[in-house]
Design a protein. Structure first.
Ligand code: GLN
Length: 288
């Protein structure tokens, strides 16, 4: 631990932020590498005369910040860590950095399945870092969850994240494309969830470089109209869900109505487009 005065730290922090970047990314750097959490930062403003304890020196932190600004590489990849809900998750460029708007998926599930003691059987298709499945496995300790991904490297990260976040053993990981690793769950799922790649071709080409140059295309690109994977997931979902089982999908800001029509076509009922915190129809849900 390195001791540094709040005054010196504040001057340094101001200098770093004046070079560019945003407060949130800087907070991730300070927390993950510097060992200074957001609540530590709040204490600083109350006690400007005091001292701080850093895990790494300012020079090292500055070198990472400079690399982030120079290459537009997401700070989460440079730190190898991100925060999502109450989880601290490992990330690498093999997995999408879980987005804050996706956090709401857990609240949607909690609204549908009110009893935390429920013995839910759930599957997540395309788990990436494992964020959604891990949060669900923790929220429903008696559930049995399966999380799939087409990429073995992603599954290794997800498995590590599960082991780091939990002492439970109610979540398993399988490698494969969408429903294909889930043959043995046919007709058994209470719930299936996916935040699949849904970015349409034109939009993908124009994504900001911090996304396009660093995050895995396989986790973002949804074909010509963005709906290639969503279509496949919806079409096969009725085979895997049990009667009254729910499908919850995340979609692009303007896909809600089309996804709703796809669900209707595939005999889903109780269909709803759920807004994210910015008022965007980000999730579409239906019951079979
Ligand atoms: N929400 C992500 C983004 O805007 C996309 C995630 C996805 O395709 N599933 O970058």
């Amino acid at each position: 631990m390195l001791r540094i005065s709040v005054e010196e730290f504040s001057i340094w922090k101001k200098k770093q932020l004046s070079k560019g970047g945003d407060q949130q990314s800087f907070a991730v750097l300070l927390d993950c590498i510097g060992g200074i959490s957001t609540s530590d930062l709040q204490l600083i403003s109350i006690n400007p005369e005091g001292n701080l304890h850093l895990k790494q020196d300012l020079e090292f932190l500055e070198s990472i910040w400079n690399e982030h600004l120079l290459k537009s590489c997401p700070i989460q990849y440079l730190c190898g860590i991100t925060f999502w809900r109450d989880l601290k998750l490992k990330v690498s460029n093999k997995v999408l950095i879980p987005r804050p708007e996706t956090e709401l998926i857990i609240d949607i599930v909690c609204n549908l399945f009110k009893k935390k003691s429920d013995k839910l059987i759930f599957a997540e298709l395309g788990t990436g870092s494992g964020a959604i499945s891990i949060a669900l496995a923790l929220a429903y300790p008696f559930s049995e969850g399966v999380a799939t991904d087409i990429d073995q490297d992603a599954l290794e990260i997800a498995t590590k994240n599960y082991l780091n976040s939990s002492k439970q053993s109610n979540l398993k990981f399988y490698c494969g494309n969408w429903w294909s690793p889930l043959e043995s769950f046919k007709g058994k799922l209470d719930l299936a969830i996916s935040n699949p790649p849904y970015i349409p071709k034109d939009t993908y080409e124009k994504l900001p470089k911090e996304v396009k140059n660093f995050e895995p295309k396989v986790a973002l690109f949804g074909g010509e109209d963005g709906l290639k994977h969503i279509r496949e997931i919806i079409q096969k979902a009725p085979l895997f869900l049990k009667e009254k089982g729910w499908l919850i999908l995340e979609n692009h800001f303007d896909q809600g109505e089309t996804v709703k029509q796809l669900l209707i076509k595939n005999k889903f009922t109780s269909i709803e487009i759920v807004n994210d915190l910015s008022g965007i129809g980000r999730f579409t849900i239906g019951k079979i």
